[in-house]
Design a binder for this molecule. Structure first.
Ligand SMILES: Nc1ncnc2c1ncn2[C@@H]1O[C@H](COP(=O)(O)OP(=O)(O)OP(=O)(O)O)[C@@H](O)[C@H]1O
Ligand SMILES: [Mg+2]
Length: 475
């Protein structure tokens, strides 16, 4: 299903290019090579930015690795850039990480380490290339605040909290369904704090193999484990004086949670294999799309860590709970996609906007961005009409759209028979509910708590529904 990831290797030494290209091609990547930063930018341009990750040397003629990193940051924000650095230039590599490099590998490199780092970069890129680059900065404008769009009541409540807590050292826990803007909020907190000119370091806890998480967070000393051929600072150190954003925090293995708790409580830790205790000053932000309280109840997340993180909770409401923001988001996104795709789409037809407002958007703002991007791309005129919309949006029913459309039972009913619409709706809804519950139970092997999470209803109401539909509670 997923096609091979594309990599760009940048080094001025032809030998190095050959070795790296060979090694990474054998991993199944499609690899292109460039001899310096300028050539790399041209290659990126030619591919329309369709490269998952970049591996670049630091010192090169014409355009060096640092400049390339900065240019990529401007033109392709979020694209992981891994720096390749000679032993003597580790300081520069650390600097590079502070301005946004994804990671670095020292030369002469260890093939396993390089493979692992590039795999991690590609994972991160894959997760993010579906999304469009987040907007940064931006203070107040008519449509929203803190670089976010939306003036609905729930959004205004969020702006109020942001105003109060942005410039404090207090830990913030951001929750919300996938695609609701958690990362955007984390960035806003950083950018509106006095740490704004210091590093913002993000760790996607879900993308790091469990065995590497400790060294990723706390760094390691030379020889701490096979492959640790040089010592390396972790994300806590890199974020010193700045903000550390622990994304997908629920995915941290329980053993690591103890160490993390200590690091947070004492602002200190040791590198893997190191004896020296490091002290740092970081502002911590964590995010998750899971219900951490349930994770705690079920023993997957430490309660003490949960309370330590949950100092200021910010919950992002799903898009379906703030349909008033939809027209604003649409016009904002149309502008961006027109610009990017060189199109001139002016609006959605009234019917199309109505469909946008009644759809349940299980993937929230991100899903809407993806849908709109395709629509803008395929729209010939200046208006997007209802017919252009994907099926799940046109079918209109919010329940059907709630993510189950594909498998939901079809309603085969002769409407000429005498049956009131109300009754029909009630019956169909019940049928759909039952179907969704059965599916959720199947998917979770009959685990009611998990199924209720999946369906985003409380465990209690799921049990009531199961009773109503004669579904047995086996858990
Ligand atoms: N209020 C908003 N205004 C404008 N854009 C938004 C808003 N909320 C989210 N977005 C955009 O939607 C996309 C998804 O947002 P983001 O990555 O912050 O979501 P998330 O909650 O971190 O999702 P996930 O849980 O999947 O990581 C981004 O491109 C972001 O810019
Ligand atoms: Mg996110």
């Amino acid at each position: 299903m997923t096609s091979a990831a594309r990599l760009l290797v940048v080094d001025d030494e032809a030998n190095m290019r050959t070795v790296l290209t060979g090694l990474l091609s054998r991993e199944g990547y499609v690899v292109e090579a460039a001899a310096n930063g300028r050539a790399a930018l041209e290659a990126l341009e030619r591919s329309g930015g369709n490269v998952h990750a970049i591996l670049t040397d630091l010192r090169m003629p014409e355009m060096d690795g640092m400049t390339l990193l900065e240019e990529i940051g401007k033109r392709y924000p979020g694209r992981p850039v891994v720096m390749l650095t000679a032993h003597g230039t580790v300081d520069t590599a650390v600097e590079a990480m502070k301005v946004g490099a994804f990671d670095f590998v020292t030369k002469p490199f260890n093939a396993d380490e390089l493979r692992a780092v590039m795999a991690k970069a590609v994972n991160t890129a894959r997760a993010e290339m579906d999304a469009v680059e987040p907007m940064r900065g931006g203070t107040v404008d008519a449509k929203g605040k803190f670089g976010m769009i939306g003036m609905s009541k729930p959004m205004q409540d969020i702006y109020d909290i942001l105003e109060k807590v942005a410039d404090t050292p207090t830990t913030v826990l951001i929750t919300g369904e996938s695609g609701t803007g958690k990362e955007l909020v984390a960035q806003a907190l950083h950018e509106h704090s006095s740490r704004a000119h210091r590093p913002f370091i993000r760790v996607n806890c879900a993308a790091i193999p469990q065995t590497l998480i400790e060294s990723e967070l706390f760094g390691h000393e030379k020889g701490a484990f096979t492959g640790a051929i040089a010592s390396k600072p972790g994300r806590f150190e890199l974020a010193d004086k700045g903000t550390l954003f622990l994304d997908e925090i629920a995915e941290i293995p329980t053993e690591m949670q103890v160490k993390l708790l200590r690091a947070i409580q004492e602002s200190s830790f040791e590198r893997v294999g190191g004896l020296k205790t490091m002290k740092v000053d970081v502002r911590l932000i964590a995010a998750t799309n899971r219900n951490l309280q349930v994770e705690v109840e079920e023993g997957r997340f430490r309660e003490d860590l949960f309370y330590r993180l949950n100092v200021i909770p910010i919950h992002l409401p799903p898009l379906r709970e703030r349909p008033a923001d939809i027209p604003m988001l649409v016009s904002h996104m149309l502008e961006r996609f027109n610009d990017r795709l060189k199109k001139g789409v002016q609006r959605l037809s009234p019917e199309a906007i109505a469909a946008f407002r009644s759809y349940a958007w299980p993937g929230n703002v991100r899903e809407m961005e993806n849908v709109l991007e395709r629509l803008v791309l395929f729209c010939e005129g200046d208006e997007i009409s209802l017919e252009l919309l994907p099926d799940e949006l046109r079918s209109g029913s919010a329940a059907l759209a709630a993510g189950a459309a594909a498998n939901a039972p079809r309603l085969d009913r002769d409407l000429t028979g005498r049956v009131s619409m109300k009754e029909l709706v009630r019956e169909t809804t019940a049928q759909l509910e039952k179907e969704l519950i059965v599916q959720a139970l199947e998917q979770t092997g009959g685990n009611v708590t998990r199924a209720s999470q999946l369906l985003m209803i409380s465990r209690k109401s799921l049990q009531n529904k199961m009773k109503e539909f004669n579904l047995r509670d086996d858990s």
